[in-house]
Design a protein around this ligand. Sequence first.
Ligand SMILES: [Zn+2]
Length: 340
Amino acid sequence: MRALTLVKERQLEVLDIPAPAAPQAGEVQIRVRAVALNHIDVWGYRGMAFAKRKLPLVVGAEAAGEIAAVAPGVTRFKVGQPVAMYGALTCGTCPACREGRDNLCENVSGILGFHVDGFARELLNMPERLVIPVPDGVSARDAACAPIAFATVQHMLFDNAKLKPGESILVHAGGSGIGTVAIMMAKAIGCTVYTTVGDDSKIERVKALGADYAINYRKDRFEGEVRKLTKKKGVDVVFEHVGADTFNGSLLVLKRGGRLVTCGSTSGPTTTINLMQLFQQQYRIFGSFGATIKNTAESLDKMAAGMKPIIDTETPITNVADALARMESRQVFGKIIVNF
Ligand SMILES: [Zn+2]
């Protein structure tokens, strides 16, 4: 069977590998239909010195497919059923996993497509615990965006930042995969949404998703614009994933007692914080990584109710290097999908 494999830094090849054996107790076998690309794939493609992993490695951290086989005793799934998959091999038995906080698992064996072989292959076996049914009316292409793009945002906005209806939020990089989702999820509960874009051509597109105000951060300082637009009050929540370039400005646009939630640092991992500002303004800062299995189910329910992911491009697996280059260039609007 085909598997999209990173053979060395910046070199992806479609290899022919053996199909998996029949699923063992507690497992299902999944036929992969669509893989969604993420920044973690770009990091993996570039090679990350600190990551514990061995090449060659099958890539793909976020995907959906259908059940191809089930082990005896598995009753939750049937052959042909559409599913999405959780992207980390968590233990299921530690206190965090038992509380449904799989992204805090104490014995995680790795993130698929990054530390261990990922989803960009025709068939794979997984513990049924990590497999999530896809509701009717959600395509494989859209479902492939649930486990990371949608679930990460669901976790950031609602489990961590506790975003409430009617609040105001600044979403950085509103045209990015997670930015588009954050705008839609915040707007869906009636928030006022401010967003940044790096290109005037994206302004109308983020407004169409529900952004009330869009700021081209290459032309105007977003800190000044948001303070002006909010009459110096600032916003309740900032959705951060840009990192060094924006983090301090993000704190500046928060209301007193405001919440900043971050899941990324694409522009650089280091910044300085004014501690007096932090405690006097009573900011709350949440680091957020990944999501829970429940967040994927919640995301799929939102898709079934009509919140569809924004797809930038769909590509065959032979063309993924170009797609990753497109992601690195930040020309993307929404998600890139690799079809199987
Ligand atoms: Zn665990």
